[in-house]
Design a protein. Structure first.
Ligand code: SAH
Length: 505
């Protein structure tokens, strides 16, 4: 049997974008992915659907699987001829026991490769605005375990040399031992006024940074109730945070935003909000599914040349229409000289991906505005095919008929209520850790409301800021009892993000 290879892969420090290209390639090819507490679960999206994904934990002392069992598991999977990715937080060879796992592999004669990662020791301080070196401050850095048992007879850490011989000190796993660390450094000759920072969950939207000095940091950490995982950074460079702190100053840093769009459509909004510093809580309230019956669309596709216009009102409409067209063995050539129209920029962009342009560009992205654009076109007796959602508003077909067109409205997809993550949503609403809820269509509002227990609706959303993509969605939300704080002026995802930004500016 073929021998499997093991890749010991660094997952980076937390921000899922801080993974290497090579790590992504490995994940895409893996048969098995074995991952840790500190490896961002978001990275699992790179794995194939068929890949076996195993969580082996390790949160502080609480190991889901002890290290020797993890080693056995890796060896066993590789011996089955599988390509194994062992995904580890940060860099696999920096305090991650990656070296021990590699030793086991070497001993068992299993081929392995190491894919270095961005270690938290470098990334978390960087996101806190602390460079580990600076010509004005220091010429050396040390990475140190803060996990050493303080009751150990003789420390293997050479405190006097560290305290006085190294510029910047970075301690891993040291939160519990912070009092000993500070005390040992002072006792060994480091100036008690030396600046210290603690960075918890660095590079993520939950990042927390505390600063003080060797004298004060223990009390500060206690007051703040700071828990692991965090790094302790000791040295003059910590002062630079005052000027260089950038990540925590992002406009939506510290805000949690609920995204209610269907999962397949959410990434655009999630990426934009994340780039603004927000934590996105994905709670898709709808899912997009094919229609119950294709026969109506099939008949239209069979007679495509009889249409003058093909009008799309959503990205999904475009996607489902062409998917069906392809399934029937056809492609865009079947459209011949049918003119095409898209209601908004995202829909037009999707249309462009099939090589088609929108022959009209409405001023705003609402059915009303599309109607205005068509008023300038000769529509009398023109045949229009309108592939849309089952639940779409009737205004567009009604108005096109008023202009004299013959409209064939056909369902190419429908939305169903989704309820992923509801328990977590309710828990977070209860504890008040949700700042904003975004609605990108009337159906997201209706379904969101349906997810919440009726008798507690008002108290749950009382303190939440509601942001809507446009006036139609806002009206629906108001009718259903939401107080809408933000309505986008440009009815698009970028427009929604802009409106949220302005609200907090
Ligand atoms: N191999 C990892 C370190 C594993 S040891 C790396 O290169 O980053 C686990 C310790 O790393 C934690 O106790 C904590 O001290 C630190 N750590 C890991 N990720 C962190 C993060 N995002 N923010 C702060 N500290 C982190």
């Amino acid at each position: 049997m073929k021998q499997g290879t093991v890749y010991l892969v660094g997952a980076g420090p937390g921000d899922p974008d801080l993974i290497t290209v090579k790590a992504v390639e490995c994940l895409k090819q893996a048969d098995v992915v074995i991952y840790d507490f500190l490896a961002a679960p978001k990275l699992l999206k790179y794995a194939r659907e068929e890949a076996e994904v195993i969580y082996v934990g390790k949160k502080g002392g609480d190991h889901t699987l002890p290290q020797d069992k993890i080693n056995d598991l890796i060896v066993e999977k590789a011996n089955q001829g599988l390509m194994v990715v062992r995904l580890k937080g940060g860099d696999p060879f920096v305090f991650g026991r990656g070296a021990e796992e590699a030793e086991e592999l070497a001993k068992a004669g299993i081929p392995f490769e190491i894919v270095p990662g961005v270690t938290s020791a470098v990334a978390a301080p960087a996101y806190a605005g602390i460079p580990l070196t600076h010509r004005r401050y220091n010429t050396s850095v040390a990475f140190i375990t803060g996990h050493e048992d303080p009751n150990k007879e003789e420390s293997t850490i050479d405190w006097p040399k560290l305290a006085t011989g190294v510029g910047t000190l970075v301690f891993f796993m040291g939160v519990k031992n912070l009092p000993n660390i500070a005390e040992n450094l002072i006792a060994a000759g480091r100036d008690p006024k030396t600046p210290v920072a603690l960075v918890r969950w660095g590079t993520t939207p939950q990042q927390v940074t505390l600063t003080g000095t060797l004298e004060t940091i223990v009390a500060e950490a206690q007051t703040a109730g700071l828990k692991p995982p965090a790094l302790i950074i000791v040295g003059g460079v910590v002062e630079l945070r005052e000027t260089l702190n950038w990540f925590e100053k992002k406009p939506l840093f510290g805000k949690t935003v609920v995204v209610t769009r269907a999962r397949a459509q959410a990434s655009d909004l999630v990426d934009k909000l994340s780039n603004l510093g927000a934590e996105c809580f994905e709670c898709p309230t709808i899912k997009v599914v094919p229609p119950d019956d294709w026969s109506h669309l099939d008949a239209a596709i069979n007679n495509l040349e009889t249409y003058d216009w093909l009008i799309f009102t959503s990205v999904n409409g475009v996607s489902f229409f062409f998917e069906r067209l392809y399934e029937k063995g056809l492609d865009v050539r079947a459209l011949k000289d049918v003119r095409t129209a898209a209601i908004g920029p995202a829909t037009a962009k999707r249309l462009g991906e099939f090589g088609l342009k929108s022959d009209i560009v409405p001023e705003t992205y609402q059915a009303e505005s599309v109607v205005e654009a068509f008023e300038k076109e000769p529509m009398e007796h023109k045949h229009v095919l309108l592939p849309r959602a089952k639940e779409a508003r009737p205004i567009l077909p009604v108005e096109l008929v008023r202009l004299g067109a013959v409209v064939n409205e056909t369902t190419v997809y429908q939305t169903e209520q989704a309820s992923d993550n509801v328990e977590m949503l309710i828990k977070r609403l209860e504890e008040g850790s949700i700042d904003i809820v975004t609605f990108t269509s009337s159906s997201t509002v209706k379904n969101f409301k349906a997810l919440l227990p009726e008798d507690r609706f008002e108290s749950l959303i009382e303190k939440v800021t509601v942001a809507s993509i446009g006036p139609i969605t806002t009206d629906t939300a108001k009718e259903l009892g939401f107080k809408v704080d933000i309505t986008a002026e440009d009815f698009t995802i970028p427009g929604l993000c802009e409106a949220i930004l302005q609200h907090y500016a």
